[in-house]
Design a protein around this ligand. Structure first.
Ligand code: SF4
Length: 362
C-alpha cells in the first residue's frame, strides 16, 4: 500500500493532521450516523480496505453509475474513487444532490490521454474519408467529461469493462464503424472477442501526425482505437503469466481486459472487475487463482476466500485510487457540502449524461 500523501495531509488543519486512524474511524462513523441516508459513501473496488470499510456501497464503475441513479433519500454523494468517477456521478445525479470527492487530486492518467483538441482531429479525419453519420464514438467511462459529452453529442455512448462487448455490438448494429476512446487494450480485446478481423482494426496514436494511420487503413477500418492505456494493467506481462504457471502448477489465471492482448490470450479468463470478483467467488474450494488487476482488490479477494489460494500476478497499485484516505474522507464529511465539491458545466453535464444514459439502457 502507498503511504498517505503527507503533503496533501499537511494542507489540512493541524487538529486533523494529528488524528490517529482509530480517531478518524470513530469520527467518520459518528458523522455517518448523524447524516444517515442523507449522505452516502460510494467506493470503487480499488480503494484501500480502510475506505471500503467505511463505504455504504462498493462497486465497479457500472455498478456505481447505476447506484448514483438510485439514491432517493440522499443529498450528498461522497465518491471515493478518481476524478472521472466523481464527475460521472455529478452528471448522473439529481440537481438537488451534491457530489463530493475526498481527494480532488486523484486523477486517472488514462483519462487524461485523450482531450477534445486531439479527438477533434481524428473525428475530422474520419469525416473526410467516410460518412461521419455512420461513425459512432464510444468512450470508456475512464475518460474526461468533455469526451463523454462529445460522444453524447455525436450519437455515441459510454461503456465500462463490464458492458464493452454489448456497447460495441450495439454501435455496429447502428453504424458502420466505431471510434473507441481512450483505452487501446479494452478496444482490442473487445473487438477481437467480437470477431472483428484484425485488418479492420486500426490504432490512432494522437502523438503521431495523422494518428500514424494511412488514409486507406482509416477508410476500411471498422474500429478505430485510441492509443491510451492504464499503467496499472499494462504493468502485467506475458513473462509473469509464464512464471505464475511454473510457480503454481494447475493455477487459474484471470486478468482485466485493460491488460495487453498477449497477457489476455495467455490467461485462462479475462473480464471486468465484477467478473473477476464472481470468478474468485465461484472457483472451487482449494483452487489457486492468480489475478492480474489492481492490488487492493486482489488482497481483498484473498482475505474473503480463505479456502482458496489467491495471489496477484504481480503487485500493481493505482496510486491515484490510493489518494483517498481516512483523513481526507473525515475532512470531507466534517465539512460536508462545503469542501471538495464536484461540479460540471451544465452543457457538458447534459451531453455527458446523454452518453451515460444510452449506455445504461443497453
Ligand atoms: S486503475 Fe488505471 S484506469 Fe483505473 S484509475 Fe487507476 S490509472 Fe485510471
Amino acid at each position: 500500500m502507498i503511504a498517505e500523501d503527507k503533503w496533501v495531509a499537511l494542507l489540512l488543519p493541524r487538529e486533523i493532521q494529528n488524528l490517529s486512524d482509530e480517531e478518524l474511524i470513530d469520527g467518520i462513523k459518528t458523522l455517518k450516523n448523524q447524516w444517515g441516508k442523507r449522505c452516502q459513501i460510494l467506493a470503487h473496488h480499488y480503494q484501500r480496505q480502510s475506505i471500503v470499510d467505511m463505504a455504504d456501497f462498493v462497486g465497479d464503475s457500472l455498478e456505481l453509475a447505476h447506484k448514483t441513479n438510485a439514491l432517493p433519500e440522499t443529498e450528498y454523494i461522497v465518491f471515493c474513487g478518481v476524478q472521472f468517477m466523481a464527475e460521472m456521478a455529478a452528471a448522473l445525479c439529481r440537481s438537488d444532490q451534491k457530489v463530493i470527492t475526498p481527494a480532488p487530486n486523484a486523477l486517472c492518467p488514462m483519462a487524461n490521454m485523450a482531450d477534445m483538441a486531439q479527438v477533434s482531429r481524428v473525428w475530422e479525419a474520419i469525416g473526410q474519408l467516410t460518412d461521419i453519420k455512420k461513425a459512432i464514438p464510444i468512450t470508456y467511462v475512464n475518460s474526461l467529461s468533455e469526451i463523454k459529452a462529445f460522444c453524447g453529442e455525436n450519437g455515441g455512448l459510454c461503456c465500462t469493462s463490464s458492458n464493452a462487448k454489448n456497447v460495441v455490438k450495439w454501435a455496429l448494429e447502428n453504424g458502420e464503424r466505431i471510434l473507441f476512446l481512450p483505452d487501446e487494450n479494452l478496444g482490442v480485446n473487445t473487438c477481437q472477442a467480437l470477431g472483428i478481423p484484425k485488418e479492420n482494426i486500426v490504432i490512432w496514436d494522437p502523438t503521431l501526425s495523422d494518428g500514424g494511420c494511412s488514409q486507406d487503413e482509416l477508410k476500411k477500418a471498422t474500429a478505430i482505437l485510441w492509443r491510451g492505456y492504464c499503467h496499472v494493467h499494462t504493468h502485467f506481462t506475458l513473462q509473469q503469466v509464464k512464471l505464475a504457471r511454473e510457480n503454481y502448477p494447475g493455477c487459474l489465471i484471470v486478468v482485466h481486459p485493460e491488460c495487453n492482448r498477449e497477457v489476455v490470450e495467455a490467461a485462462d479468463e479475462s473480464g471486468s472487475t465484477s467478473f473477476i470478483i464472481k470468478y474468485a467467488a465461484e472457483a472451487p474450494s482449494g483452487s489457486t487463482i492468480i489475478i492480474g488487476t489492481e492490488l487492493n482488490l486482489v488482497k481483498r479477494l484473498a482475505a474473503m476466500h480463505k479456502d482458496k489460494t489467491i495471489a496477484p500476478l504481480s503487485a500493481s497499485v493505482c496510486p491515484d485510487m490510493e489518494r483517498v484516505t481516512l483523513r481526507s474522507l473525515y475532512w470531507s464529511l466534517l465539512n460536508l457540502g462545503k469542501v471538495n465539491l464536484v461540479s460540471l458545466d451544465e452543457p457538458i453535464a447534459r451531453s455527458a449524461r446523454l452518453a451515460l444514459e444510452r449506455m445504461l439502457k443497453i
